[in-house]
Write a protein that binds this ligand. Structure first.
Ligand SMILES: C[S@@+](CC[C@H](N)C(=O)[O-])C[C@H]1O[C@@H](n2cnc3c(N)ncnc32)[C@H](O)[C@@H]1O
Length: 323
């Protein structure tokens, strides 16, 4: 079967995956049903434990098979299921990161209430895989707009745009408002997928999502100039995705593919940021700056303080508009 580039295949993902050639896609991102009794159109989200795990193992191994040797596999789920997924992936692929996505849910209910989702990041090969450093804006206080991190006396050494992204993502909100969501119980925000795609692919690469839902991964890929292959069981979700994709255009800033949220730059690759923003000082430059002799202090002369005569301000010279 030729690669169904920029298409959504409706039906069971296992059937579709088995038709794809080995080592044919650059990145797989999977956001499967969490088996939490959610109300999907077609999928039964209340499987027995063993049945759910056996099913997950089948599609995970298919994802490994279709990924190129330079490619990556990302699996999004609650920590409980990710521990099983990791055990499967550890057998044939290489652990890179457990990304904790704090989707900013309301901290109500109980101690240790789950407040993050995990995204497992594995590469097919131990070496030679694609990876891009990425930057996001410096975190600021919502009330005072000051920097949340204390840069102390080193503010002049901060990157002009933002910091390199760590494995804890606390700056991407889940979709809260109903007017921004589709008729789907668990739609992901587009800039979450844009970050994953910017980090792991180049323009023109192929991104596969076996549980496409209403199209988040496909939209992010199209906006960033990448190809997508979407698989989805429910034809209604697939139709919504097609409609949104028809309205989707490129997401660019100064010619570079970037992630934008509410018109603001949200994530950019370091290679592109280097061309847009002045560079951060190198270690040597920082050291040289620290060690440079301070300008000589002027010699202080002990002058007795004198009382200054009060200046008289005439009414006509007073600034206009002041009470
Ligand atoms: C957690 S949702 C994914 C949501 C998606 N990330 C989004 O942002 O819209 C899981 C999706 O997998 C679909 N699904 C369930 N079983 C499937 C199967 N066997 N093959 C393909 N898709 C399936 C469901 O219909 C649902 O849309």
């Amino acid at each position: 079967m030729p690669l169904p580039l920029d298409q959504i295949l409706v039906g069971d993902c296992l059937k579709s995956l088995r038709q794809l050639p080995d080592a044919s896609v650059d990145v797989c991102f999977a956001d499967p049903p969490f088996n939490l009794k959610k109300r999907y159109g077609k999928h039964d989200d209340a499987m027995a434990l063993e049945e759910y795990l056996a099913w997950c193992e089948q599609w995970i191994l298919e994802l490994v098979r279709v990924t190129k040797p330079t490619g990556s596999i990302f699996l999004h789920n609650i920590p409980k299921w990710l521990t099983y997924y990791a055990a499967i992936l550890n057998r044939s692929t290489h652990f890179r990161h457990w990304i904790a996505w704090d989707a900013m849910s309301t901290p109500l209910g109980k101690t240790l209430m789950p407040a993050h989702y995990g995204i497992l990041f594995y590469t097919k090969a131990a070496k030679g895989y694609k990876f891009n450093e990425i930057r996001a804006p410096h975190k600021r206080c919502r009330l005072c707009n000051g920097f949340l991190k204390d840069y102390g006396g080193k503010k002049d050494m901060m990157h002009a745009f933002g910091q390199l992204v760590s494995d804890a993502w606390t700056d991407i909100h889940r979709i809260k408002h109903n007017k921004r969501r589709d008729e789907h119980p668990c739609q992901l925000p587009i800039h979450l997928l844009e970050r994953v795609i910017l980090m792991s692919t180049d323009p023109g690469d192929v991104v596969l999502d076996p549980f496409l839902g209403t199209g988040t991964t496909a939209i992010a890929a199209k906006q960033l100039g990448r190809h997508y292959i979407g698989l989805e069981l429910d034809e209604n979700y697939a139709r919504i995705a097609e409609q949104k994709l028809a309205r989707t255009g490129p997401s660019r800033h100064e010619g570079f593919f970037v992630s934008l949220y509410l018109g603001k730059l949200q994530t950019i690759r370091e290679v592109d940021a280097k061309q847009l923003f002045p560079p951060q000082l190198t270690k040597q430059q920082k050291r040289a700056k620290k060690e440079a002799p301070r300008p000589e202090e002027p010699e202080l002369i002990d002058v007795p303080r004198q009382r200054r005569p009060r200046r008289r301000v005439s009414a006509s010279a007073a600034p206009a508009g002041k009470p």
